[in-house]
Design a binder for this molecule. Structure first.
Ligand code: HGY
Ligand code: MN
Ligand code: MN
Length: 414
């Protein structure tokens, strides 16, 4: 049994059309018109694979293939449907289409399993709209409380709850399910590597046994607007000068760490943002990650102390808001061993590796046995229009996904 690379390519190309047209690359934030269109398409493809489709309050979509026994926990495959701004065509989407294709092949070959199997399209993994990652999977696993739906807001101050009301268009079309109130037997997410390792090592697949821990903060610095010509350098309260020192320190301090760690200032907002006014207020984000829990905490502590020192030196005020935190996780050896067995059986070459990117599997791994399958990213690029993975690799990954979900689902003689 093989998954079909042409069908995978066709789904990828179709989903790619649901994007903000005038943007370079691909932009599909949750609960926007382009997201609604993409969800409609995913639902159509899930139904074509003869899956029972449902959607929860936050727009996680589940395509379910029933098992032969009632009331057993499902094996879940899938990934996220949203993108970063000006992102790529494969991040998240490759895992959804691979999951749909694997279940379609099961249907075509009438493969029955004791356990049910679900493919999921998670909402709002990137945090592109709500500045907080893994929202869909965290809601699904009960990590986000109802009241938080009112307080998590986007850049236009619209709450998550209000934004998700745009999904009411689906109410007549499919069952709107409650947050997960059942156990999950296992989770396997196929995803593009988003780095150079597999391509450099000329491997077709990566079998992922660990995911980096990540913490993201919003730091706002309050200085004083003054005339840029008449205000001497030694009396200024220049919020951007302070912010730039924080960005340099995050880079330098992270580079010094032994364990693989990264630090990024990705967003900078300057007010009033006028060339001849000393910057009054500057807001920056800090994305801090490490494969080691202690190192992650060490960088966070150091940066908080450094920001305090800079504020005193520059006579400015500041506030720090934590957007999200996820500890590094070791994934399930049991699932990774199954993936290795099935990859070897198909004679596909592979590396066992960790992930420098965060994924919904990070959330799922807290509650169930979870692992990931990586496919190579051309030139290691991702989160940019140049992101590319070829559908032959995705099909190979889907083959291994197919074999592994059948193993975990316990095949019943057809
Ligand atoms: O940021 C990440 O690592 C993921 O792409 N959300
Ligand atoms: Mn991403
Ligand atoms: Mn992703």
């Amino acid at each position: 049994m093989y998954c079909n690379a042409e069908r995978i390519e066709e789904m990828l190309q179709n989903i790619a059309t649901f994007t903000v047209a005038e943007d370079e690359g691909f932009t599909r934030f949750s609960y926007t018109q382009e997201d609604i269109q993409a969800k409609k398409y995913i639902i159509k493809k899930m139904k074509e694979a003869n899956l029972k489709v449902s959607m929860d309050l936050l727009g996680n979509i589940f395509g379910r293939r029933e098992g032969t026994e009632e009331n057993l926990p499902p094996i879940v495959a899938g990934s996220h449907l949203d993108t970063v701004k000006n992102g790529g065509k494969y991040d998240g989407i490759a895992g959804i289409v691979a999951g749909i294709e694997a279940l379609r092949v099961m249907e075509e070959n009438q493969i029955k399993t004791k356990y049910p199997i679900e493919v999921v399209a998670f909402a709002e993994e990137e945090g592109g709209r709500f500045n907080s990652a893994f929202i869909g999977s965290s809601w699904f696993m009960g990590k986000i409380k109802e009241e938080a739906l009112e307080t998590i807001c986007d850049h236009q101050n619209m709450s998550l709850k209000e934004a998700a009301e745009s999904l009411n268009v689906f109410n007549e079309e499919i069952k709107r399910c409650k947050r997960k109130d059942y156990h999950i037997k296992a989770m396997i997410e196929l995803h593009c590597e988003q780095g150079p390792i597999l391509e450099n090592n000329q491997k077709s697949l990566g079998l992922v046994n660990a995911i980096i821990g990540s913490s993201s903060y919003q730091v706002t610095l309050f200085g004083q607007a003054d005339h840029s010509g008449t205000t001497p350098m030694d009396v200024r309260k220049d919020a951007f000068y302070a912010a730039s020192k924080i960005a340099v320190e995050l880079n330098e301090f992270t580079k010094k760490q032994e364990m693989y760690s990264v630090g990024t200032v990705g967003c900078v907002e300057v007010k009033p943002n006028v060339y001849n006014i000393v910057p009054q207020e500057v807001s920056i984000t800090m994305d801090i990650r490490s494969m080691d829990q202690k190192v992650l905490e060490h960088i966070i502590t150091h940066m908080k102390e450094y920001i305090e020192k800079i504020a005193i030196d520059h006579h400015i005020q500041y506030k720090i808001k934590k957007n999200h935190h996820a500890n590094p996780v070791k994934l399930s050896n049991k699932i990774v061993d199954l993936l290795i067995k099935n990859t070897k059986k198909r004679n596909y070459n592979f590396d066992v590796m960790g992930s420098g990117a965060g994924h919904d599997t990070l959330i799922m791994a807290e509650f169930t046995d979870a692992a990931m399958i990586f496919i190579p990213s051309k030139n290691g690029r991702s989160h940019c229009p140049e992101e590319y993975s070829d559908s032959e690799h995705i099909a190979k990954g889907a083959d291994v996904l197919l074999d592994t979900i059948i193993d975990l689902g316990e095949k019943v003689s057809s």
